[in-house]
Design a protein around this ligand. Structure first.
Ligand SMILES: Cc1ncc(COP(=O)(O)O)c(C=O)c1O
Length: 380
């Protein structure tokens, strides 16, 4: 058994064996204390001082996530955005970063506004275009490459190995937003990335009831320590109850992600040739432009996110969403219940997102029920 490597399912179901040591309960408790007693010798016996950085409820999800992502360390944050922005806050004014054009829209907005105001220059490159990336990097000045794959909401795929090679050539770090694939389907650190980021609000929690984020590092280097001190001084951490709830959700991550991926594959195929559908965007479809890259770096499925471009344009798409009965019209993704959203309505006039696009977060329901719902909505 000593060389035996535990599967993700086992690591998650057992939560790495954390327990309530005091009562021998199989589930750890919730620890609301914001502060910890100092010992008579003036030390802190268990290393914990104050909850802005230390709480027992952060430790289990952080360790489980670091194990799943095959990383050296992990940190929880109060949201995906606070995790993502922390990576950039650890850069210096004058540093240059390269990011694909299509990424989570709120983060793109943050880069175009706050990051710019702080002196961080971002070059946005066409998704899936390594030539554009090569032309955009500035050796010596480019300190970070950031990508999101599959990219919200068109699910474009970036070749993580190719980005990692370029990052290494110019001495920059590569950070990957792995929210959509999750560590169940893709491990960016094993493909050469230095940092992985998650909106834990999505699949990691999986029940649409916790806002959280996380970072995982390949090495606990100087940049990681700076991010740790940014979190400790800024305090963008979860409350202990939210961290506990996140861990409860994470215990079923593997089975939820696999079920959602299977459902999404069947759903995508069901509408690929539908006469009222312009296109189905899903990395699992062989017709998808980056399918071969997705196949080479994802295993076990292509995720639960897909988009449908509805024939007839924006108004037809909005009308279709309005006629769905089972699939709820709401933002966010990665929960057990299926959601739909007309993304251009959210992202505004400057969005690169096609205006006829409906984003679907496919849940773990019976897929035939979801297909029947979409069929009736399209055909009304
Ligand atoms: C891919 C991706 N990254 C990051 C975020 C931001 O996460 P949060 O809402 O937890 O701040 C989102 C939110 O939708 C997302 O979809």
């Amino acid at each position: 058994m000593s060389d035996h490597k535990l599967a993700d399912e086992t690591i998650l179901a057992q939560g790495l064996g954390y327990m309530d040591e005091q009562h021998l309960g199989v589930i750890p408790g919730i620890f609301p204390s914001t502060t910890y007693e100092r010992s008579a010798d003036n030390s802190y016996a268990n290393g914990k001082i104050y909850t802005r950085d230390h709480n027992p409820n952060y430790e289990q999800p952080e360790q489980v996530l670091a194990t799943l992502e095959k990383g050296a360390d992990a940190m929880l944050f109060s949201s995906g955005m606070s995790a993502a922005t922390c990576v950039f806050m650890a850069l210096k004014p004058g540093d240059h970063v390269v990011v694909p054009k299509i990424i989570y829209w709120s983060f793109r907005n943050w880069l175009q506004s706050f990051a710019k105001d702080w002196g961080i220059e971002t070059t946005f490159v066409d998704n899936g275009c390594i030539e554009a990336l090569k032309n955009a990097v500035r050796p010596g000045q480019t300190k970070l490459l950031w990508l999101e794959t599959p990219a919200n909401p068109t699910w474009d795929i970036e070749d993580i190995r190719a980005w990692a090679d370029i990052a290494q050539q110019i001495g920059a770090r590569l950070a990957v937003d792995n929210t959509i694939a999750t560590p169940i389907l893709c491990n960016p650190l094993a493909l050469g990335a230095d940092i992985v980021m998650h909106s834990a609000t999505k699949y990691l929690n999986g029940h649409s009831d916790v806002l959280a984020g996380a970072l995982v590092c390949k090495e606990s280097d100087e940049h990681w320590q700076k991010m740790r001190s940014i979190r400790a001084s800024g305090g963008a951490v979860l409350g202990p109850f939210e961290a506990w709830l996140l861990m409860r959700g994470m215990r079923t991550l593997a089975i939820r992600v696999k079920q959602a991926s299977n459902n999404a594959m069947i759903f995508a195929r069901a509408f690929e040739s539908h006469p009222l559908v312009e296109a189905v965007l899903y990395p699992g479809l062989e017709s998808f432009k980056h399918h071969h890259i997705a196949k080479s770096q994802m295993s076990g499925g292509f995720g639960g996110m897909l988009s449908i471009r509805v024939k007839g344009g924006e108004q037809a798409a909005i009308k279709t969403a309005a006629h769905l009965k089972l699939i709820k019209r709401a933002t966010s993704l990665g929960g057990i219940e299926s959601l739909v959203e007309h993304r251009a309505s959210v992202e505004g006039p400057d969005t690169p997102c096609p205006r006829d696009l409906l984003r679907l977060s496919i849940g773990i329901e019976q897929v035939e029920d979801l297909i029947a719902d979409m069929q009736q909505a399209l055909e009304i």
